[in-house]
Design a protein around this ligand. Structure first.
Ligand code: PGA
Length: 251
């Protein structure tokens, strides 16, 4: 399919600027010396500058974990796309299941953020995924369908072509319970099929990452699936010893 593999690290609410710089520097050294996929580090906002400085001179990209859709103004605690861009970010994660579950984000908020991220010139990494209850109730296809349609509502083909998608089954995030490569492949293929209706010309170029307990032990098998184009990695991205083998698995 010719899609470049991507490995993104979602550091969530972890790392001080010093921790982040140390970790990013180790990853940067590996990336500099090896032929690797596109590597994106998504530290907390407070560590973006430290990470950016630590990976200078390497191909490592930096991303935000979220953003607000307004450009500026009285929105205490929020950060805009332009702020991320001008802080050195090229990417931004949107609609992560923790944002949806803990901070009540919906497909509509994700869609609004997606439009703002594209306007700001950021590459969005749009997350979708079903909960365990939804999967067990046989609602996976319906939930994924609603998320995919809702998140990309009103996005034209040219903008869609700039997006990255991440399938992250909620039951696999931080639980140690990974989707099997077959389970993940099934949903990745479903996402591509759903999007083909609107984006027939671009969807085969859109990277779809898998996330949810990706580890050095399971990364290669997951990334070998035809519709899995890399990973969005949480826990295992917080140590160079576990993240570098995952990068290598995608190389
Ligand atoms: P995990 O998190 O790898 O720790 O399961 C993935 C994610 O939330 O993006």
């Amino acid at each position: 399919m010719g899609r470049k593999k991507i490995v993104a690290g979602n550091w969530k609410m972890n790392t001080t600027p010093d921790d982040a710089a140390f970790l990013a520097a180790a990853i940067g050294r590996h990336v500099k010396d090896h032929k690797v996929p596109l590597v994106i580090l998504c530290p907390p906002y407070t560590s973006i500058a430290a990470v950016k400085a630590a990976v200078r001179g390497t191909e490592v990209k930096v991303g935000g974990q979220d953003m607000y859709w307004k450009e500026s103004g009285a929105f205490t605690g929020e950060v805009s796309g332009r702020m991320l861009l001008t802080s050195g970010c090229s990417h931004v994660i949107l609609g992560h299941s923790e944002r949806r579950q803990l901070f009540f984000e919906t497909n509509i908020t994700v869609n609004t953020k997606l439009k703002a991220a594209l306007d700001a010139g950021l590459t969005p990494i749009v997350c979708v995924g079903e909960t365990l209850d939804q999967r067990e109730a046989g609602q996976m296809e319906e939930v994924i369908g609603e998320q995919v349609v809702g998140c990309f509502d009103g996005i034209d083909a040219a903008d869609f072509g700039k997006a990255v998608i991440a399938y992250e089954p909620v039951w696999a995030i931080g639980t140690g319970r990974t989707a099997t490569p077959e389970q993940a492949q099934e949903v990745h293929e479903l996402i591509r099929t759903l999007l083909r209706k609107t984006y027939a010309d671009t969807v085969d170029k859109t990277p779809i990452l898998y996330g949810g307990s990706v580890k050095p032990e399971n990364a290669a098998e997951l990334f070998a699936q035809p519709d899995i184009d890399g990973g969005l990695v949480g826990g295992a991205s917080l140590k160079a010893d576990s993240f570098i083998p995952i990068i290598a698995a995608a190389s």
